[in-house]
Each structure stands twice: as C-alpha cells, then as structure tokens.
Design a binder for this molecule. Structure first.
Ligand code: P1T
Length: 386
C-alpha cells in the first residue's frame, strides 16, 4: 500500500495518509474516539498523549490533505473560520493584511469585528487588479489573503502573479481555496505559502460535517500552526476527521461532475429570458474567462445570477422544489441561496452594493444530481416571475 512519489491526483486522494490499522488490518482509518492515551511508564508512550494535541484519525486526515494540496503539513480545525483564525495568529499587533474585498461574509466579520480589537489592520481590495494589490501594501503589511473564485461574485485572482507580488514585498500569500477545491486548483504549486479550506464544503462533500484545514509549505509556519492548534485548541474532532477522509476519496469524481453540471446549468440560465445576468467563470462573457481556463481545471460548481429585483429573487427562492434553500455549498445536493440576506448579511449594505451583491442576486451550489432535473426545477420557478 506504499504510495509512490509520482502517484496521480485520484490515487493520492484515496491513499495518502492511509495505512491499514496496524492492530486489526482495518482498511479504513478507525475513528479514535478517545480523550487520552495510556502511557506504558512515566515518559514512555506511543507518540500520543492527549487528544487535543494528537489523534490518529486527525493525523490521517492531515496527511491526506497535505498530499492532496501538495503541501508539507496540514492542520485540521473545528471550522473554516477557526482555520482562518489560526492563520491570522501568525500576525502580531500592528501588522496589516491585504484581503480580497469580496470574501465570504464570515471572513470579513472575523477580521473586521474581532481581530481589529487586537490591533491588526485590514484593507479590502479587488485583488483581481494587480495595481490595487501593489498600491495597498504598506511597510506594515505581512500577509496577502485572497479568495479565488470569490464568494459569491466569482471573481478570480491570478494566484501566480499574487505570489510574485507578495514575495517581492516579503509577504505571505494565503489562498482560501474553498470554492475551487484542490481538484480544480492547487495554489501551493503556483507559489502560495498557505492554503485553507472550509472542509464543510467540497472536501467533505456530503453536507454532514463542519470543519477547516490549513495546508502549509514553510517550516516556520508549520511550527507555529502545530503549536497554536494545540495551544488554542480549536481542533477537528475524530468523527468529523473520519467523515472528511471519506469525502476526499471521491473528490475527483465528484468535482468532475460538479464541473459538468455547473457549466450546463450556467448555460441554461444564460439563455433564459427571465435571467438578466449569469456569473460563472466558464462562460465566455465572464471578465476573467481566459484566466479561468488556465488557472482552473474546469470551472466548478458555483454560479450566481441576477433576476432583476428582490421580488423576482424571492419568487425563485420560494418556488424551487429540488433546489434546497440553504447556506453552505459543495455538497452532492444542490443548494440555492440569497447572499445579501444570508451568507453576506454581515457585509454593510454600501459595501455589498459596491461588490455587486445586489438584492436580486441568487447563488447556486450546483450538486451532482441529473442536471436535467435541476433545469426543470429552475424553469418552473423562473416561470413564476411576473
Ligand atoms: O463555515 P465554515 O466551515 O466556518 O467556513 C467558513 C468559510 C470560509 N471560506 C469560504 C470561502 C466560505 O465559503 C466559508 C463558508 N461559507 C458558507 C457557509 C457559505 O454558504 O458561503
């Protein structure tokens, strides 16, 4: 079962970090649902002392995700937000971070409402524009934090260029890779220093666990993240680690189908008379379609579209039957949401307006059902708009 160094992506997803249980031969890493480990004698143990510090199910997941993202080490946290909090703990009071303006609303909330209390400063810019990244960097800037594609406007940042800019100023580049998944893009290969995910989404893929992961490339970051994971203690529990491990085994086939369904649904909506605009990186009219073609492998399962008014959006959201009206994304089932009042309600209305998160915008996390059923469901809901 030794994974060869040249193993390809789908093989890595299934095998990296996975060894049969030495005690029983169980092919699947067990859920080590324990709080502590018995020591043979004082100071002699099997490498496990206390389950906040180490847990074999978590170790297996972390090794699996480090390999999937092409990093040196990974650290699993209780949520995507806890993972972002751990990354921010690399900063010190007085430091400044440049952040993609259209991040997930919860990321903005953590930075704006919590971390500014600890004398950290944040500037939010359109990181698809290199000139804006450059002009926002100050002598106190230590980190560039990008989301690509963004939630929910699906704007892209050129990761390789962002890495060059960050490194020329001595900054770390952090990429929130939640919307794409490592099947679609691997930011560490493009020069990023840290990658994070809400594992709640595509990595777990079945909408039955909340979690987060940080994958790191640099030794100094790895040392700090290992320390802070234990010191602050926002760890992912063993059952959730096991669920995400089960999810990553099917990541490639799920993502391939998300890509197919995402494009098909985007094309269907773009041709519909009741739809004003569809935002999807795979459509030729997406402002960064060319970058998407080179930076991403497929265009993903996330799309947003505008139906012209809040009333029309409400009609669609209330009329769909197969699409579930819910926050979150990345599961096998299709979810539909209203960013302005749901995922991005913590972003001030004037900022939402600037970003294009209008009251008439609807977001879909396209699942892997038969796409004809999804089209039929949207068709009957759109028909009800006056
Ligand atoms: O929900 P949590 O696992 O804490 O992850 C936060 C998070 C981080 N980054 C991105 C890009 C995200 O989309 C999220 C969570 N997003 C949703 C819940 C949502 O519906 O958009």
């Amino acid at each position: 079962m030794k994974l060869q160094p040249d193993a390809r992506f789908a093989t890595v997803c299934i095998h990296a970090g996975q060894e049969p249980d030495p005690g029983t031969g169980a092919i699947i890493t067990p859920i080590f649902q324990t709080a502590t480990y018995v020591q043979e004698e004082l100071g002699r143990h099997k490498g496990y002392e206390y389950a906040r510090t180490q847990n074999p199910t978590r170790t297996a997941l972390e090794a699996n995700l480090a390999a999937i993202e092409g990093g040196k080490a990974a650290f699993a946290f209780a949520s995507g937000m806890a993972a972002i909090g751990a990354i921010a703990s690399l900063l010190r009071a007085g430091d400044h971070m440049v952040v993609t303006d259209n991040t997930y609303g919860g990321t903005f909330r953590l930075f704006d409402k919590v971390l500014t209390r600890y004398s950290l400063d944040f500037s939010y810019v359109d990181t698809s524009r290199e000139d804006l990244i450059e002009s926002t960097i100050t002598p106190r800037t230590r980190m560039l934090f990008i989301e690509t594609p963004t939630n929910p406007i699906l704007r892209l940042t050129d990761i390789a260029r962002a890495a060059e800019i960050a490194h020329s100023h001595g900054l770390r580049l952090v990429v929130d890779n939640t919307f794409a998944s490592p099947y679609i893009q691997r930011p560490l290969d493009l020069g990023a220093d840290l990658v994070m995910h809400s594992t709640t989404k595509y990595l777990n893929g079945h909408s039955d666990s909340v979690g987060g992961i940080v994958i790191a490339a640099r030794d100094e970051d790895i040392e700090w993240l290992r320390f802070v994971q234990n010191a602050a203690g926002a760890i992912l529990g063993p059952f959730d680690c096991w669920l995400v491990l089960r999810g990553t085994k099917t990541l490639p086939i799920r993502m391939a189908q998300h890509n197919i369904n995402g494009l098909a649904l985007a094309q269907f909506l773009a041709a519909h008379s009741k739809v004003r605009r569809v935002i999807y990186p795979g459509l030729p009219d997406h402002p960064q379609h060319e970058l998407a073609r080179t930076q991403m492998r497929g265009f993903g399962g996330m799309l947003s579209f505008d139906v012209g008014s809040f009333e029309a959006a409400r009609t669609v959201l209330n009329r769909v039957r197969l699409h579930a009206l819910a926050e979150s994304l990345g599961g096998v089932e299709t979810l539909i949401s209203h960013p302005a009042t749901m995922t991005h309600s913590s972003v001030p209305p004037e900022d939402r307006a600037k970003l294009g998160i209008t009251d008439s915008l609807i977001r879909i996390s396209v699942g892997i059902e038969d796409v004809e059923d999804l089209k039929a469901d949207l068709a009957q809901a759109l028909e009800a708009i006056d």
